[in-house]
Design a protein around this ligand. Sequence first.
Ligand code: C2E
Ligand code: CA
Ligand code: CA
Length: 530
Amino acid sequence: MRTISPLNAIIVLGVCLTTALPIIAAITLARDQEVESEQRHALDIAHRVLSRSEVSGDQILAAAQAINALSPGMACSAEGLAVMRKIDLESTLLQAVGWVDGDVMRCSSFAGNQPFDLGPPDVDSYTRTRFRNNVTLIDPKQRYIAVQIGSAVGIVHHDAVLNFVDYVPGLSVGAFSWSQRTPGAFRGTIPSLIRRPDLTGDTVISSGNYQIAIVRSRKYDIGAFAMLPVGKSSGYASEIAGILIPLGVIVGLLLSGVLLYIVRSRASMPMMIRSALKRGKFHLLYQPVIELRTGRIVGAEALLRWDRGEHDAISPDRFIAVAEDAGLIRLVTGRMLELLAQDVQAVVQIAPDFYFTVNFSAEDMHSADIMEELDRLVERSRIAYSNLVIEATERSLVDIEKTQKTMRRLRDAGAKVAIDDFGTGYSSLGYLAKLEIDFLKIDKLFVQSLGTDAATSQVAGRIIDMAKDLKLAIVAEGIETKQQERELKALKVEYGQGYLYGRPMELEDLRKLLRHQRAVEGVLTRPRVA
Ligand code: C2E
Ligand code: CA
Ligand code: CA
């Protein structure tokens, strides 16, 4: 049975996550938007019910003032009835007004002197307002609310404060007495929330399958509620979901596409490196190394480049790391040494003491064959070991014994050894003391933070002190400014490398620089002819 490798499992998991997470995020977002929009809708309905109730209250209050101004003797006279009919006509929400004595409405704007028994009040509020919530008058099917203040009564149809509310299936709405927590006009079910003693003002909550909004009047002892079933109301929410969810799907697919692209291009890179090695698609550039005191070019670091055309460049940092992971680094180093062998003679002819710096990976340092390879290079290119500096990174110190052995053999043969990128890895002073090395290369990170406030700015100084204690020469990398150069010189750093002196360049350009340097030096040292 085939098993899935951990890497493939991680990739599959990564693809699933990058697809699913944006979709889940979109759904959650759409859901949140929906809840928010439904709660806003519920609140809006409750506010409208409340404001209709308040308008009814205003009209009842105005009517009561006018009616209570009539004397009991004349209230139900022709004159009193005329006043009541006028009020009835002018008020938009009152069905009728009347005069009450005890529980009986003696006369009214709509039935003259015909009496109606209103029954006892349901709510006798602290404002001395009496509510009767289920009054029937002429038609037994029509139910009214009778609000009595003093002897005056205003009759409001149950639907008057509710009938403007949009029809939403399952919606419950109503008005209620705030202090008594008893409902007045309402439709559907009354949420138990209105009876909660901790309810003090406007509230919106999600409860079960409903959004419940409750609002309280600042004018009257009344509140209003709306209980809106979830998922029934807002077209806006589904519109948002209609945008967000496809967007989530697109982002998810794009992300997993990018992930797959990265994984595939990484996975296929070792194959491409192999093929580039076969087809001779690598070449070397050289970056000058300067003696800081004199400004002379004393050496150059050989830096590998992969010829892939300008638009498809891959930095050596990346392809070297891939080659190391894929077990191809020994082949890459082999090619680098072959390329170097072709170039060195042309330089040594101009500057016999010149040295070439080459980068070795951990595996090169650990390899038993490395000396044979170097022997071949030296022999084929007719240079001396003293023309070579081998740079090993701190990573090669993982197997310190093998590395120590290689270093000793290199130095015995006459080459010099440097520790590259010092300070970025995990080597300690203890390790350094055990190694037979000549140079320490301070990483550009520390050089570039010299004179800044960065936490790393102190590190260069410490590394330099340490190197001096161990009697190691120092090469500072990544010098880009005169200021950095000045600071390094003040710290007595011997060598430097960086864009200030030259970017990695073609062999021919390096030769030109060296010829120029030799010419200048020739002029300076030639005895003056009188
Ligand atoms: P490295 O050994 O630390 O090489 C120095 C890097 O710093 C080079 O990058 C160089 O171009 C860059 N550099 C030099 N001066 C400056 C400067 O003033 N400012 C800035 N910002 N950068 C500067 P490059 O050529 O891209 O090489 C990157 C890394 O790839 C090298 O870092 C080295 O670790 C590795 N590499 C390159 N060629 C080889 C090789 O043949 N074998 C091995 N094993 N590694 C190599
Ligand atoms: Ca290097
Ligand atoms: Ca370096």
